[in-house]
Design a protein around this ligand. Structure first.
Ligand code: ARG
Length: 740
């Protein structure tokens, strides 16, 4: 961009303005005079309360009489354009000389500092001028002395802003926009003025360099329009409008429509959506409320930054592509977007890049770590923050103690972590729950295994791996026992003794002791659980993930399961089948849907509860404990059926409100997650492996590698990040292959 400083800012220079400024003719105003012309009470631009317009803007104006004469500026005026015979005739017939009369008008609204232009609003139009400051502002406009149709105005119009208060801090949000107006009728002439019609403020400090102000001095800024072209001869006024974006959004003044879901203060793209909506409402004649939600993000940038599917505007009787072409033809010049393009039945919008950067970068700098967050979304009542925010439970990761932390758990951890952060960034109160697999007969078996193979020392040193080793060993023993029983029975021999005293029976009894609250059994189990959680926490911390509640299957209270079972029985949801309790969905849900839900077990013959039984009561417990507004289960799609059964049972039990609040977020499995070493069993191993792989890759470029300060730690972070990013970049429901 052309860079201006105080010294090369084109000066007024031709003496004509001095007349308009009340200075003796022929004098070239010095810089100070130029700048403060409108705050000079004797100048024509004096503030006049009587001119407060209906829209709340005060207007003061200064007419510059422009006649041909030698200008004093250094640059040469551009050559006259060669005019076509037709326009030459038109020009002569209308007795318009080659110069276009230009009038500059400044509008300044002086009121409270509150201002809304783009805030959820519709007002980001070139003709809108809303600058609210609590102190007087001076606006000086320097029009060019000559203007020729079809040739860039020269010297380019520039506007200066001055204030005796500090305006620099708000300057990133101030823009000036040039609009061409028919001199007599006052009509706004879209399409007749081209070039860059909008500019953001360039701070101007006393010493001439851009930057922050020194306190006590007058803050000044300038706006510059280097390439404005008026196409047809005529008499015009150029209006320079100042506008300030207000991203704070705590209130919208009367008359400004707020689209639902429009948060420009949090999301710069919403400024564009609001802006496009106001233009499109005019161009299409469709209600803005229909247009705004129809403007969508694109998947890839070559399709534009925003698209409008034309059929979404529900216009009957015309083909969408014809409508699109019509609208493009009518689309006015915009400071923010290029003319849209038609692609099939879509209108594609491309943002003007320099403006986007000017809007986006200050917003990023200002908001720092909170950039991208929008806490309003999570409010119970967006109009009244005192009512508090909504609460969501995200249940994710949920590994099983003493069993491998497999790829499914990893994906659940990553997706659940992201979801939690997204909700948190959206202002929800997020409760992260890890629902551990920590209950059932297998934990009785694990305790027996520990008696046989365990060591307290090894347990303390590495609980997760040690418990897993024991689990593998004791399961081997169990398989052996089962084989023995099978062999005996096949040989027609009696296997009762093994059945009554074997490992399986002992495990059952041990687990029974656990459910009966036997203190010794419970203490041992709790010890395993605590040590495992401690280690999990350390690993999760490497992923920047934490949980608010380590719940688990063990935490479901027996009395709650009894109550739920009774309720299901009373309501006729469950029934006894071959000594066990089941839910036969074909009896409750008609047709195919009922059939596909199958006939899950609720209680085994021996009266013990199952995975599904525990999930039912756990959900009711969570509702009681957390009084959540929504709950998400992040679980692999392998368990789709389980969760469908769970949700349906809750619905059948009459918890209709609860049933509406719960959601299963599933995902495909990651296949081929084994690694080169074939030793990946736990999250720690996965993270170690990806770190090592990353380190290998880094070493391939030795010269770069040497520049890395702490290569191992860097590789570790890069490895973890790549695992997370790779997961999120793939489609959630797709099963994909991955190998380290
Ligand atoms: N509420 C639930 N059932 N959550 C899913 C738990 C996942 C289970 N622990 C597993 O590893 O398969």
């Amino acid at each position: 961009m052309h860079k201006l400083t105080v010294d090369n800012l084109p000066s007024f220079g031709n003496g004509l303005e001095s007349k308009a400024h009340g200075l003796p003719a022929g004098t070239t105003p010095d810089r100070e005079t130029e700048t403060v012309v409108f705050s000079n009470p004797s100048s024509p631009g004096v503030w006049d309360e009587n001119k407060v317009l209906a829209n709340g803007c005060a207007q003061f104006e200064c007419i510059f009489l422009l006649r041909p004469q030698n200008s004093a500026h250094a640059g040469r005026p551009p050559p006259l354009p060669s005019l076509s015979a037709a326009s030459e005739r038109k020009r002569k017939g209308k007795d318009v000389n080659r110069l276009t009369a230009i009038e500059a008008i400044g509008f300044v609204k002086i009121k409270s500092r509150k201002i809304v232009v783009a805030c959820g609003g519709t007002q980001l139009r070139t003709e809108d001028i809303l600058l609210y400051y609590n102190k007087m502002l001076g606006l000086a406009i320097q029009p060019p002395p000559r203007a020729r149709p079809g040739v860039a105005l020269y010297p380019p119009p520039a506007a200066r802003l001055s204030s005796d208060t500090n305006i620099f801090e708000g300057l990133a949000r101030v823009w000036a926009v040039a609009t061409l107006i028919q001199r007599d009728s006052g009509e706004t002439l879209y399409g007749q003025l081209s070039g860059r019609v909008a500019d953001s403020a360039h701070p101007l400090t006393e010493n001439g360099s851009s930057g922050s102000s020194s306190s006590g001095s007058i803050d000044r800024a300038y706006f510059y329009f280097p390439d404005l072209v008026i196409h047809e001869p005529g008499r015009y006024r150029i209006r320079i409008s100042l506008m300030e974006m207000d991203y704070s959004c705590d209130s919208a003044p009367d008359g400004i429509v707020r689209y639902p879901n429009c948060y420009p203060e949090a999301n710069t793209v919403d400024i564009y959506r609001a802006h496009l909506t106001s233009i499109l409402a005019e161009v299409t004649g469709v209600d803005a409320k229909i247009i705004y939600p129809a403007l969508q993000w694109t998947q890839t940038l070559e399709k534009g930054d925003l698209v409008l599917p034309v059929p979404a505007l529900r216009i009957k009787g015309k083909k969408p592509n014809e409508l699109a072409a019509e609208w493009v033809a009518k689309f006015p010049e915009s400071p923010l977007v290029y003319k849209p393009t038609v692609n099939g039945t879509f209108l594609q919008f491309f943002f003007k890049v320099d403006k986007l950067a000017e809007l986006l970068i200050p917003s990023i700098l200002k908001r720092g770590k909170t950039f991208g967050q929008n806490k309003i979304l999570g409010l119970k009542d967006p109009e009244d923050p005192s009512k508090g925010c909504k609460r969501i439970i995200v249940e994710f990761s949920s590994p099983n103690i003493a069993k491998p932390f497999h790829a499914g758990h990893l994906r659940s951890t990553i997706i659940g972590g992201f979801l939690s952060n997204l909700y948190e960034g959206s202002g929800w109160d997020v409760i992260r729950i890890n629902y551990l697999g920590d209950w059932g007969k297998q934990y009785g078996l694990l305790a027996l295994g520990f008696e046989k193979y365990g060591s307290e020392e090894a347990l303390l040193a590495d609980p997760i791996n040690h418990l897993y080793e024991i689990y593998v060993k004791i399961n081997k023993d169990l398989t052996k026992e089962k084989d023995e029983i099978k062999a005996l029975e096949e040989a027609g021999q009696d296997a009762t003794q093994i059945k009554n005293e074997g490992l399986d029976e002992q495990a059952r009894r041990y687990f029974k002791a656990m459910t009966d609250n036997d203190s010794k059994a419970i203490a041992q189990w709790a010890h395993f659980r605590e040590l495992s959680i401690k280690r999990y926490k350390e690993t999760y911390a490497r992923l920047n993930i934490h949980f608010d509640d380590y719940s688990g299957e063990s935490q479901v209270k027996q009395e709650n399961m009894d109550a739920a079972a009774k309720k299901m029985e009373d309501m006729g949801i469950s029934e006894v089948s071959e000594g066990a309790v089941i839910v036969d969905f074909t009896k409750h849900v008609e047709g195919k849907a009922g059939k596909s839900l199958e006939r899950p077990l609720i209680k085994k013959k021996d009266g013990t509860a199952l995975y599904l039984t525990r999930d039912i009561s756990e959900m009711l417990q969570r509702e009681e404990k957390y009084k959540f507004d929504n709950m998400i289960y992040v679980v692999a799609s392998q368990q789709d059926l389980h969760l469908k059964q769970l949700f349906k049972i809750i619905d059948l039990m009459g918890y209709k409100e609860l049933a509406k609040k719960i959601q299963h977020i599933n995902f495909g499995l990651v296949l081929g997650m084994s690694t080169r070493k074939g030793t990946v069993k736990f999250l720690d191993d996965i993270l170690r492996d990806v770190g090592e792989k990353m380190h290998e890759v880094m070493q391939k470029n030795q010269s770069k590698y040497e520049q890395v300060e702490n290569p191992l730690a860097t590789a570790d972070i890069l490895g973890i990040s790549s695992v997370m990013v790779q997961d999120m970049s793939g489609k959630r429901q797709v099963t994909f292959f991955s190998s380290v």
